[in-house]
Design a protein around this ligand. Structure first.
Ligand SMILES: Cc1cc2nc3c(=O)[nH]c(=O)nc-3n(C[C@H](O)[C@H](O)[C@H](O)COP(=O)(O)O)c2cc1C
Length: 185
C-alpha cells in the first residue's frame, strides 16, 4: 500500500486531544492542504479560518455545550457528556471552512475538510471533522462569534475540522463492502 492509501486507510476520528499547541509549520501545511482542495468550477467558495487560540476554542465549545444542554432533545448533550463533556475534545486547533452561498459550496467545504483530516493524519496528528461546531455559530451569539472569527460578509459556517496531538486513538471503522455495487467486469 502506498503512503497516500495508507493515510486514507488509517485515518480515524480523534475525540481525545492532548491540547498541546500545534507547531506553526504544521498549521501552514494544514492551511495549504485545505486550499489545495478541488471545488466545483474552481470557485473556491470558502474562507479558511484557522484558530489556534485555545482560549477562544474553549469559549466556543462552552457556548455550544450550553446550547445543547438547553435543547429540548437532550440526546446530543448526553452523548457529548459521555465523551468527556467537550464539544471540541480539547483540540488546540480548529479549522473552519466558512462558505459563500454558491451552488456546491457545502460539498466543496466537505471535500476540503477531508483534505485537512488526511493531511493531519499524515503529519501524525489526530483530527475529527466537526459539524457540531455549527451549533454555537448559529445560536444567539452567532453574529458576535462570526465577527470575532472574521467571517467575510455573507459567509456562513460550512464545516470545521479539529486537529491536534491525539491523547488516545481508535481503530479506523470497518469497511462495509455491501456499500459497493460493481457493474461490469
Ligand atoms: C460532515 C461530518 C460531520 C461530522 N461531525 C462530527 C461532529 O460534530 N462531532 C464528532 O465527534 N464527529 C463528527 N464527525 C465524524 C463522524 O462521526 C465519523 O467520521 C464517523 O463516525 C466515522 O468514524 P471515523 O471517522 O473514525 O471513520 C463528522 C463527520 C462528517 C463527515
Amino acid at each position: 500500500m502506498n503512503e497516500t492509501l495508507k493515510t486514507i486507510a488509517e485515518r480515524y476520528s480523534c475525540r481525545d486531544f492532548t491540547g498541546t499547541p500545534l507547531g506553526g509549520a504544521d498549521v501552514k501545511v494544514l492551511a495549504e492542504a485545505a486550499l489545495a482542495s478541488p471545488s466545483a468550477m474552481n470557485r473556491q467558495p470558502w474562507q479558511v479560518i484557522v484558530i489556534t487560540d485555545k482560549t477562544l476554542i474553549d469559549e466556543i465549545d462552552a457556548e455550544g455545550m450550553k446550547l445543547l444542554a438547553a435543547a429540548d432533545d437532550k440526546s446530543t448533550y448526553e452523548r457529548m457528556m459521555s465523551r468527556g463533556g467537550k464539544l471540541f475534545y480539547n483540540a488546540p486547533c480548529m479549522i473552519i471552512a466558512a462558505m459563500d452561498g454558491s451552488n456546491s459550496a457545502a460539498m466543496d467545504c466537505g471535500i476540503l475538510s477531508q483534505n485537512v483530516a488526511l493531511a493531519a493524519h499524515s503529519l501524525g496528528l489526530g483530527s475529527v471533522i466537526c459539524g457540531m461546531a455549527g451549533i454555537p455559530l448559529s445560536g444567539p451569539k452567532a453574529s458576535d462569534l462570526k465577527k470575532r472569527l472574521k467571517f467575510p460578509d455573507g459567509y456562513d459556517f460550512g464545516i470545521a475540522v479539529l486537529v491536534g496531538a491525539a491523547e488516545s486513538g481508535k481503530e479506523p471503522h470497518e469497511l462495509d463492502m455491501t456499500k459497493v455495487t460493481y457493474i461490469g467486469g
